[in-house]
Each structure stands twice: as structure tokens, then as C-alpha cells.
Design a binder for this molecule. Structure first.
Ligand SMILES: [Fe+2]
Ligand SMILES: [Fe+2]
Length: 163
């Protein structure tokens, strides 16, 4: 199999597997918090988000495999399920998404520096995905900050949880 990406991008993408799986765990923790508070629709939204993060990791693995990059899977760290309130849960999600967006921007910059068109193109999907995820979490933050009863807010979550 031909290898079409630079060593630098191979390393960064390998590291990104850990980042995506960390986000996967973090969203599981948030989902547990909501379920424990009987907010089942909120819990489902964050469970779905968690699954998406695992899919992001899998998408990167497949790309590395296609490019003949050898790697091991990272050890996972734990994730909290204990938050003071819903606002803190959403804040944790926003911080995580914004960190991940920065990582993808750094990778895109590195790909340009390395003249690595293959990796650069691959990264564009994630950069668009990050815009969507950051926007989704910002909307959830506004919803929580509105002071709406979180049980009543469940009726609105279908419009946030579309992908
Ligand atoms: Fe992700
Ligand atoms: Fe994400």
C-alpha cells in the first residue's frame, strides 16, 4: 500500500485518535450525568455525540491504514460523570470541542507546511464537522442559560440532534 502522507501528519493524526476517544469518554460522562438526573432526552443527545466521537477516531484509523501508517491504540483516561449542573456539562463539552478544533487547525497548518495535499484534504471534513459541533454546543449552552426547565427543553432537542 502506498504511503501518501508525511511523517509529521502521520504522527499528529495518530495522536488525534486519543483526542477523539477522550472526547468519546467525556461525552459518555456527560450523558450519564443527564440520565442520572432523569433527563433522558438530554442523555440521548450526549450518547449520540459520544458515538460520533468514536466514529471520528475510526475514520482517522481507516485513513492511517489506507496510508500504511503503523500505530498502536492509545490508553484511555477516565472521564467524570459528576458535574454541579447542566451548564457545567455543556461548558465541558464546549471546552473539549474548542480544543479539538484547535488541534485540527494546527494539523491543517502543518499539512500546508509539509505540502501534504492528501492529509490536508482529509482534514477538511473534520474542520467542517468542528464548526457544526461547536455551533451545536453553543446553542445548547444558550438553551440552558435561558433558564428554561430542562424537562420542558427536551421537546426542543430534536432540532439540535440532527446528525
Ligand atoms: Fe470529534
Ligand atoms: Fe466533537
Amino acid at each position: 500500500m502506498p504511503r501518501m502522507i508525511s511523517d509529521r501528519l502521520a504522527d499528529m493524526l495518530t495522536h488525534q485518535i486519543q483526542s477523539e476517544l477522550t472526547a468519546h469518554m467525556n461525552y459518555y460522562g456527560i450523558a450519564v450525568w443527564f440520565r442520572r438526573n432523569s433527563l433522558d432526552r438530554w442523555a440521548r443527545l450526549f450518547m449520540n455525540q459520544s458515538v460520533e466521537e468514536a466514529q471520528h477516531a475510526a475514520k482517522i484509523m481507516a485513513f492511517l491504514d489506507d496510508n500504511d501508517v503503523a500505530y498502536d491504540l492509545p490508553a484511555l483516561t477516565g472521564a467524570s460523570t459528576q458535574y454541579p449542573d447542566a451548564a457545567a456539562c455543556v461548558r465541558s463539552a464546549i471546552e473539549s470541542e474548542s480544543r479539538v478544533s484547535g488541534e485540527f487547525r494546527a494539523m491543517a497548518k502543518a499539512a500546508l507546511e509539509e505540502c501534504d495535499a492528501t492529509a490536508h484534504h482529509f482534514l477538511q471534513w473534520f474542520i467542517e464537522e468542528q464548526v457544526e459541533e461547536e455551533a451545536k454546543m453553543a446553542k445548547l449552552s444558550d438553551l440552558v442559560a435561558s433558564g428554561i426547565n430542562l424537562f420542558q427543553a427536551e421537546a426542543l432537542l430534536d432540532s439540535f440532534d440532527t446528525d
